[in-house]
Design a protein around this ligand. Sequence first.
Ligand SMILES: Cc1cc2nc3c(=O)[nH]c(=O)nc-3n(C[C@H](O)[C@H](O)[C@H](O)COP(=O)(O)OP(=O)(O)OC[C@H]3O[C@@H](n4cnc5c(N)ncnc54)[C@H](O)[C@@H]3O)c2cc1C
Length: 426
Amino acid sequence: MTRKRCSRREFLASAASAVTASALLPTPALAQSAPRVVVVGGGFAGATAARSLKKAEPRLAVTLVEASRTFTACPFSNLVIGGLRDLKAQQFGYEWAGAEGIQMALATATGVDPQARTVTLDSGSALAYDRLVLAPGIDIRWDGLPGYDEAAAQKMPHAWKAGEQTLLLLRQLEAMEDGGVVVMSAPANPFRCPPGPYERASLIANYLKTRKPKSKLIVLDAKDAFSKQRLFQNAWSDLYPDHLEWVALSKGGKVTSVDVADMTLVTDFARHKAAVANVIPPQKAARITELAGVADATGWCPIDAATFESRRVPNVHVLGDATIAGGMPKSAFSANAQAKVCAAAIVKLLAGQPPSQPKLINTCYSVVAPNYGITVAGVYQPVNGVLTEVQGSGGVSPIDAPRSVRAQEALFAEGWFNTITSEVFG
Ligand SMILES: Cc1cc2nc3c(=O)[nH]c(=O)nc-3n(C[C@H](O)[C@H](O)[C@H](O)COP(=O)(O)OP(=O)(O)OC[C@H]3O[C@@H](n4cnc5c(N)ncnc54)[C@H](O)[C@@H]3O)c2cc1C
């Protein structure tokens, strides 16, 4: 008896019309035709995408390409810098991938050939794909701030990719004499984690207040407005009136260059000498997006709001921080939500079916002090191809809530971190 080989589309059409994917029994012939999805980047977006794809359609051949054996999560890394958490609590491995039926490639993707549909790896090998998911996060724009290059980051850490940089900034704070001035610079939009610099400022101020009370933090900002601004500023005047000064763009806050030898951040109006400098520089989608041709002149990646397929290169989807995602902020919460929507869309597209119109949720918690959390949340949907916040869907924590509410939100923040990391990396 000869068994008819079915095409990848027929293969998935049967799967998509089945009641549940797990009810389908794989056969050797079908397995040979299993569509191949390669996911580059094993962070919040990529690891979620790989797992969700496999869950939605177990017969997909899913390969996850990740450059690093250990993933160090940025959410909660500001608590490490504030001396309130161990970096180890931020670190996760990929041992789970094999058990989930995901092929793991510990390698750096170095190129994409959209015509041949292959991804090349630094190991020299190439992976063929039917659909490619790029979820590589961000890179620092090393040409974005005069004087700030990779060598400068060893003296003035950005700590905007968690790991060594996080510890470097913590060690510098620990080594600083009481009375030292810490200077932080926050970039213009868009950048990874809109509330992140202000959470960090809060936790550095908390560190100074409790351990180096004669010291002070100056935040030089390239913006006049930022996420959860009133909540942060109320907390600062309440908790850190002597330890945190925020300088807005309109008050000369924009850092125009850095002088590393002199440990100085320069604005149009002043030179700020620092005992410790935390420079959060301009950013862009990570390098592989340029190599794949999915990043545009802004440095970020335009995508279809329902499928996250690149608007520039067919069959390539982009997720997470690397994307231009309309109103959705660049957060781990968003990355995780986008990955689930994208995985469902890929299964449908491979089966020749139209993708659903999604609704996506984001919630960003910020810890301002121990037992003091604040939140911003929103729901997003495609409107004329752009992810747009559903009117009246979200909002921020109440402005005048009692400390018991702030304490509860700090607990929710921790619960969220534990839940998302066990879902994505557990
Ligand atoms: C200080 C700070 C605090 C934050 N706090 C929060 C928070 O409280 N809540 C929240 O929701 N978000 C928070 N964020 C934002 C969050 O960290 C990011 O939005 C999230 O990590 C984005 O996920 P991603 O998958 O797009 O990128 P990442 O999580 O950075 O993952 C990208 C992965 O791709 C890999 N990679 C890159 N290029 C290649 C390549 N060529 N080949 C192979 N692998 C590659 C990288 O090694 C990395 O593992 C914070 C960020 C910072 C900096």
